[in-house]
Design a protein around this ligand. Structure first.
Ligand SMILES: [Zn+2]
Length: 467
């Protein structure tokens, strides 16, 4: 995404600790306390929740595009309490909540802006627990005056969800921050004649007189912003790449009648090419979905990037979104200020794909053209590893982020550079990571002191010189 953030206030997470008893008297048992009310991410004030770690979301959703309500469902969430919990929050905006259960027993709840606050009948001990939330309503997209519209969005014949950075909780209760990844199961019931596409593998369909149910399983950990449901009429092509990865590509024929074959081929080609360069493809399927959503972005939704038709037709955009399967989806940011780890890497992949297609359009040429821009405020004023809220999806994160990688590649040489990328995708596969972890790994793999290079390229204002 290329839209930008408004400046927001910084909210510090409250560290809630169990109190100890009288001096010298150890507490008889850990006291249950409320979970933190945010993940403590300064760029996403109030987003995410503390005190638990979600393992799995099971979303059973009946979606009737254009209906009132458009959505009725049950979210069954399996989580691990990281402390004894007297109550906890989940992110949820809008929608009507019916019954909430914890461990199958009815719980009480309240709503605060953006949150569902759940109080179980008795405190939750540390360890595994389940929450059930029955809910319904017509989700509303987030309308941000700088980022545009995202979240749950109506299309011509259905609905589409594009959730980065925090649109997921417009359609399911969640710990809506990338630091809490989980596996997902989707059971989506739609009116007969419509199709429902989600992440991972299609594991079953069943029909009634008036509806069809599609079951999808995303068996590898996934950040909430990468979860996707797209409902509409689609032409579908499925198969397997020569490298052995199952493929599922769905295109709305009303917007892209002839694009299916070309997008399928490009998806296959890029998935296998990047697997050779970045390490094994991380997930159990690859693909794409093209719909007529009124948005201006393509999004790297896990295993199945989403495109509008104009974006799907650009080979370097497909190369960008699929590179995110390694950089962003498998290895996910721990906090939003490290977003260059997603977008700088994907932009660099885009440049490399451009060079493959046209050897005259080299990565060096991409770097040189930007480096020559002596007065480009966005590039030189905003350090990519400290973009603030306004620069979260700005040029520096994408382009100076990619330039940082090119500077690194020239410094350490091709062999070490690609060894660093493969070590990164292997070491943090399915997990979360930060910029200091990348710097440490680059120094370890190269055996070189790269402190100044990363300082001037990632953290300092001004056009880097002498690295
Ligand atoms: Zn991207």
């Amino acid at each position: 995404m290329s839209a930008r953030w408004i400046t927001g206030s910084v909210l510090l997470a409250l560290a809630l600790t169990a109190c100890s008893g009288k001096a010298g008297v150890p507490p008889a048992a850990p006291y249950a306390a409320p979970g933190a009310t945010s993940a403590g991410d300064p760029l996403m004030p109030g987003g995410g929740d503390g005190g638990y770690d979600v393992q799995h979301y099971d979303l059973d959703l009946r979606i009737t595009p254009g209906g009132r309500p458009a959505l009725a469902g049950t979210a069954t969430i399996t989580a691990t309490a990281t402390q004894a919990l007297s109550r906890f929050n989940m992110d949820l905006t809008g929608l009507n909540v019916g019954k909430v259960t914890v461990g199958g027993v009815p719980a009480t709840y309240t709503r605060t802006p953006g949150k569902l606050v759940v109080t179980p009948p008795k405190p939750i001990a540390r360890g595994r627990f389940t929450v059930g939330v029955a809910y319904s309503g017509t989700p509303r997209a987030v309308n941000d005056h700088t980022l545009g519209r995202y979240g749950w969005i109506r299309t011509g014949d259905g609905i589409f969800t594009g959730d980065e950075p925090d649109g997921a909780h417009t359609w399911f209760p969640s710990n809506d921050h990338p630091s809490d990844k989980a596996t997902f199961g989707f059971r989506i019931t739609v009116p007969s004649g419509l199709n429902a596409v989600a992440n991972g593998r299609l594991t079953g369909t069943s029909k009634s007189a008036t509806s069809v149910t599609y079951s999808w399983q995303a068996r590898d950990p996934m950040a909430t912003y990468l979860a996707m449901v797209d409902v509409g009429r689609f032409k579908v092509r499925s198969g397997r790449t020569p490298g052995g990865v199952p493929v599922y590509v769905a295109v709305d024929p009303a917007v892209d009648a002839d694009g299916l074959a070309a997008l399928y081929d490009q998806t296959v080609k890029v998935t296998d090419a990047w697997a050779k360069l970045f390490g094994p493809y991380p997930f159990d399927s690859t693909g794409a979905v093209v719909d007529d959503a009124p948005v201006q972005f393509a999004l790297e939704t896990q295993t199945r990037p989403e495109y509008v038709a104009a974006m799907a037709a650009i080979p370097t955009v497909v190369a960008h979104e699929l590179s995110h399967q390694w950089f962003g989806d498998s290895v996910t940011v721990t906090r939003w200020s490290d977003i260059w780890l997603n977008e700088g890497f994907a932009t660099y992949a885009e440049w490399m794909w451009g060079e493959r297609e046209d050897p005259r359009d080299t990565v060096q040429h991409q770097f040189d053209g930007r480096y020559a821009q002596t007065r480009s405020d966005d590039l030189w004023k905003v350090p990519p590893a400290a973009p603030g809220r306004t620069g979260l999806f700005g040029r520096s994160v994408y382009e100076r982020g990619a330039m940082t990688l090119h500077a690194l590649r020239k410094k350490v040489g091709d062999q070490r550079f690609f060894a660093i990328l493969r070590a990164w995708t292997a070491e943090h596969r399915y997990g979360n990571a930060t910029t200091p972890q990348f710097i440490a790994l680059a120094q370890q793999v190269s055996g070189m002191d790269l402190h100044r290079l990363f300082q001037v390229w990632l953290y300092d204002q001004g056009r880097p010189v002498n690295w």
